[in-house]
Design a protein around this ligand. Structure first.
Ligand SMILES: NC(=O)c1ccccc1
Length: 514
């Protein structure tokens, strides 16, 4: 990847675009200055090429890897690529199979981020979480279908096609970690990696009836994954059980030294030790604003979640955080303005992806394949670019500062209880829209489910979706939200809920075949 310094003609065009009014003489001076300053880019390229690579990285590790294929017989459409990459012979995840969301780099396996924009991209090195999985003995059996640049909570926007809900093949599996949840529910893998910027781990977990955790902001490194915006990006563990999520979190959590989202002082306990204790000592707050959302909430979903929490052997009370209802507006502004500058214009090259080839591929692909992007990517790009071009970062700045107050409001509620409880999603899985459905319907089915999940991507609180039972034959998810860094208490509470509900519901598929 070689960049070139700007030519005098490049500078003349940029001067006109930015209204600098540079004269010919000025341009000559700036040409010298930019050429000299550009030397830093060349120096970084040289240092990158000559950097110390950890032993065995990357060439030996990739050698012999099977890039995999889309299986022909995948009735859920959930596998992006099926392969087999075996990790260390021993370790805490030895003998377990894992699906990795298709926005997380597995070196040697083509990665699309669910998008036409990354057509043909093959990662050169593993994401940190992938390195950790393999060192812990897991076997990566493939990558799982991801929504287009992760910008959908429905499972109909991936360039690979729709992912079908194993409980009803005509319905959405939820997104954007669509394939990860569907594969878990169908029993095709033991564990899965997901990503969550608005609910993308918890949404498909809830609709497919499995467990998904969005960890505390910064706990799990995002290095080597396709970002949306660095203040809301999270990766997280998914499994059929809370214990599986705890096993996976223990392996993937902790600073990696490369991701600026992380606090290098964070220490990682063994989360599996948290599961033993019951709910006896726990104080659980039913978050009033998470129920009865006008025009969204299905009363049967609310009743399933309330009923389960009330049956817990815990101190259950009602709590209120009025700001919860307005929080999705903050999320929308942060994602729209943030994605426009970080993901779209800078192609994930800002502080975000931390993978140079990925950033370069996104930069090329988003122009070359722009026409084939999903309705949600087009909507976010159009509004984000408009907002940035007309008022700069003002709305982003307002939203981020309001986010600090929102965080404090949840923290105040969490001072009186150990976890908050609410429905992960206001409704059960919605029907998959037809491929030719108009933009309004594509966008509605992609975004309508997020009012309870997206606030915690903005505030960074850890949040987990646990199966709470069935409504009309479809899974309902209960979401628990904990204090920053207190995954241990969150997992203990989740395990207590799982014992009561019976956990992941068995599949009795309806809706025919595709
Ligand atoms: N990436 C996400 O978490 C997401 C979820 C729902 C809608 C848009 C984005």
């Amino acid at each position: 990847m070689r960049a070139q310094p700007p030519t005098p003609a490049d500078l003349a065009a940029l001067s006109a675009r930015y209204g600098f009014g540079l004269t010919g003489e000025d341009l000559a001076a700036y040409h010298e200055l930019t050429t000299e300053t550009f030397e830093s880019c060349a120096a970084v390229e040289r240092q990158w090429a000559a950097r110390d690579q950890p032993a065995g990285q990357p060439a030996d590790r990739i050698a012999g890897r099977d890039p995999g294929l889309r299986p022909q017989d995948d009735r859920l459409g959930a596998w992006q690529r099926r392969t087999s990459i075996k990790g260390a012979p021993e370790g805490p995840l030895a003998g377990r199979t894992v699906a990795v969301k298709d926005n997380v780099c597995v070196a040697g396996v083509p990665m699309s981020g669910g998008s036409a924009a990354l057509d043909g991209f093959v990662p050169a090195r593993d994401a940190t979480v992938v390195t950790r999985l393999l060192e812990a003995g897991a076997e990566i059996t493939g990558t799982s279908v991801c929504e287009d640049l992760c910008l959908s909570g429905g499972s109909h926007t991936s360039a690979a096609g729709p992912v079908r809900n194993p409980h009803d093949l005509t319905r959405s599996a939820g997104g954007s970690s669509s394939g990860s949840a569907a594969l878990l529910a169908a029993g095709e893998v033991d564990l899965a990696i997901g990503g969550d910027q608005g609910g993308s781990v918890r949404i498909p977990a809830a609709w497919c009836g499995v467990v998904g955790l969005k960890p505390t902001y910064g706990l799990v490194p995002c290095t080597g994954s396709v970002p949306i915006e660095p203040s809301v990006d999270h990766l997280g563990p998914m499994a059929r059980t809370v214990a599986g999520v705890a096993d996976l979190l223990t392996v993937i959590a902790g600073p990696d030294g490369s991701d600026p989202r992380q606090d290098p002082r964070t220490t990682v306990p063994d989360y599996r030790l948290a599961l033993g204790g019951g709910a006896g000592e726990l104080r659980v707050g039913l978050l009033a604003e998470g129920f009865g959302l006008p025009g969204r909430s299905d009363p049967a979903v609310d009743a399933t979640v309330r009923g389960l929490v009330r049956r817990l052997d815990a101190d259950v009370r009602d709590v209120s955080v009025p700001g919860h209802r307005d929080a999705p507006h903050l999320w929308t502004v942060i994602v729209v303005a943030g994605a426009a500058t970080q993901l779209i214009d800078l192609a994930g090259g800002g502080v975000a992806g931390c993978d140079p080839e990925l950033a370069a591929a996104l930069h090329r692909g988003r122009r070359e394949h722009a026409g084939r992007l999903s309705a949600t990517v087009k909507l976010v790009t159009l509004l984000g670019a408009h907002l940035i071009h007309t008022s700069g970062g003002a709305h982003y700045a307002m939203a981020r500062r309001l986010a600090a107050r929102l965080t404090a409001a949840y923290d105040a509620a969490l001072a009186g209880v150990d976890v908050l409880a609410l429905p992960t999603l206001p409704m059960t899985a919605t029907p998959l829209p037809a491929p030719a459905a108009p933009p309004r319907e594509q966008v509605a089915r992609a975004l309508e489910m997020i009012p309870n999940t997206c606030p915690f991507d903005v505030t960074g609180h850890p949040a987990i979706s646990v199966p709470a039972g069935l409504s009309g034959g479809l899974p309902v998810g209960l979401m628990l939200v904990g204090r920053h860094g207190d995954e241990a208490t969150l997992l203990r509470a989740a395990a207590a809920c799982e014992r009561l509900s019976g956990g992941a519901p068995a599949i009795t598929t309806t809706g025919g075949t595709r």
